[in-house]
Structure formats: C-alpha cells, structure tokens
Design a binder for this molecule. Structure first.
Ligand SMILES: Nc1ncnc2c1ncn2[C@@H]1O[C@H](COP(=O)(O)OP(=O)(O)OP(=O)(O)O)[C@@H](O)[C@H]1O
Ligand SMILES: [Mg+2]
Length: 279
C-alpha cells in the first residue's frame, strides 16, 4: 500500500470527532510535540494531563486550529484540518470549538451581556436585538438570572458565576466540542468540584464532546472517560483514568503518585451509579 505524504488519507469513523495521527510540532529546532496519536470520542470527556512544559497548551492550540502542525494529520469532525490552507476554511473549523479559558478570561471593562455576545458579533450578521435575545436565553439556560447578571461587570460576580458566564460565551455558537484550558487551575478544592460538575453538566445537557487540558489529577479522575498523559511531547499513557494506576506504564503510576491525590477516594462520573448520563 502507498505510504508517505501523498498516500490517500483514511477518514476516521463518525464517532471519532478529534483524531491526531503522528502529529509533530516544532518551534525552531525545539520539537515540542513528538508524534502524538490521540482520539477523542464524540460525546465523551477526554482529559489531557501532563507536567509543566509537556506541550499541553500547544496541543490544544493545534486541535482548535489556531496553530499549524509541523507534520502529521489532524481530523476534526470528519475533516482533515492539516489539509486545509485558506483562513476561511480554518475559521469554519475554529467555529466547531467553544473555548473556555483559564479564569474564564472575561473582559472586565464590558458587561456580561457584551462578553457573552462577543462570538455572535464576531461571527454572525444578527441584529443587536437578536443578539441580546440569544444572550439572555443562553444565560437563562445556564441557570443565571439574565436580568440580574447581563448588566453586571465580570468583577461583580463570584468565581463560580464567572465560570458559568464563560461557558455561556463558549456555547453561544452551539459548537459540538468544548475545550477547556486548565479550568480548575488556581481554584480551591470545593470550587474545583463545582467546575468539574459544570463540565460534566455541559456534556450531558448539550451533548458536547469535551477536551480538557489539566494538571489536576483529582479532576481528571472525576470527569474523564479518557485520560491522556502527555510527557515531554509524547503520549505516555491513555485510557480510562484507572488505567493510569493499574496499566503498564510505570511513568503514569509515578505521575499520579507524585500528585499526592488519593484517587481511590475520587468519585468518577463514569462509575456505575454516578449521575445520569443523558436526557
Ligand atoms: N509560540 C511558541 N514559540 C516558541 N516556543 C514555544 C511556543 N509555544 C510553546 N513553546 C514551547 O513549547 C514548550 C511546551 O509549551 P506548552 O505551553 O505547550 O506547555 P504546557 O504543557 O502547556 O505547560 P504549562 O503546564 O506550563 O502550561 C515550552 O518549552 C514552550 O517554551
Ligand atoms: Mg499550558
């Protein structure tokens, strides 16, 4: 069979919504990602964990098409992103993702209404009135009282509410995939748990696929269907979170041990008898 760059590509199955094959990324002569193979299944939560500098954020930027791979294939929702060239085509891929940034990344100088409206202003030709209606509806859906919250500035909200507003903004264009960069970083354990619950709630209520970048082992064990451990630009281990501790990788076991988290005590969303998965 033909191999090499001109060989025919094989599209992934429909349920494999994010697929990376032998993806490499170099900045100058520093190879940051060194041949990543990864599959995120539709409707599931994939958590990518790894130490500082492992290449997590770089991987995320490649997946959401903000950065180009040096080599390898990236498929998003059945389309090969690495074969696309024009900004217009790449923008179409970018719209498939809602991105929830660390600390929600809301703009402090504008109201919640304007923050959440942002994707609609950027990407649609809707009228001001239609945009406001959609924002108010989205806030309501996310259990925020729109009349109270919309006129406020982000600084006037609690941390948990700010996260919800960030989610409302990420969901504005109804993307099939939500991506989170370090969603629990800098939060105390109870607030982290609330954010974990929110991530799972988004998956259940809106049927989205979630890709989460994290170095929070407890959070990974709570919400992941699949955990992917990234070490120095390579996938060291992947599978259900438990496979990190009872699988074949000594490095994975040590990574979990060093986190100091007693994973036995963490309640998993994937465990039998955990919260209902669909409605
Ligand atoms: N635009 C860039 N130009 C040059 N080097 C970069 C660029 N982006 C990332 N790097 C390098 O790639 C390596 C991996 O960085 P990355 O931010 O992906 O790691 P990370 O796993 O997200 O780390 P952290 O946990 O600290 O956020 C680092 O050595 C970083 O300096
Ligand atoms: Mg990072």
């Amino acid at each position: 069979m033909a191999e090499g760059p001109d060989a025919p590509r094989h599209p992934p199955g429909r349920d494999e919504i994010v697929v990376l094959r032998q993806v490499k990324k170099a900045f100058g002569d520093q190879e940051v990602l060194r041949g990543i193979d990864l599959v995120a299944s539709r409707g599931e939560t994939t958590v990518i964990i790894g130490g500082s500098g492992a290449g997590k954020t770089t991987l995320l930027r490649l997946i959401v098409a903000l950065e180009r791979a040096t080599s390898g294939e990236i498929w998003i929702d059945g389309e090969e992103v690495t074969a696309l060239r024009s900004e217009r085509e790449l923008n179409r891929i970018r719209r498939k993702f809602g991105v929830v940034y660390q600390y929600a990344a809301l703009l402090d100088s504008i109201s919640v209404l304007e923050n959440v409206a942002f994707p609609l202003v950027e990407h649609t030709k809707l009228s001001k009135k239609e945009i406001k209606e959609r924002v108010m509806e989205k806030l309501r859906v996310l259990d925020l009282d729109p009349d109270v919250v919309a006129p406020k500035f982000p600084a006037e909200l609690s941390g948990g509410m700010r996260k919800r507003v960030g989610l409302a903004r990420a969901l504005m264009l109804e993307p099939p995939i939500l991506v989170y960069d370090e969603p629990t970083s800098g939060l105390d354990p109870p607030t982290s748990r609330i954010v974990d619950d929110m991530i799972d709630e988004m998956r259940v209520r809106f049927g989205v696929t979630s890709v989460v970048i994290s170095h929070d082992i407890a959070s990974c064990f709570r919400i992941a269907h699949q955990a992917v451990l990234l070490i120095q630009g390579k996938v060291e281990a992947h599978g259900p979170p438990d496979s990190l501790v009872d699988g074949g990788s000594e490095v994975a076991k040590e990574f979990v041990r060093n986190s100091g988290v007693d994973v036995e005590t963490v309640t998993r969303v994937t465990a039998p008898g955990s919260a209902p998965r669909s409605r």
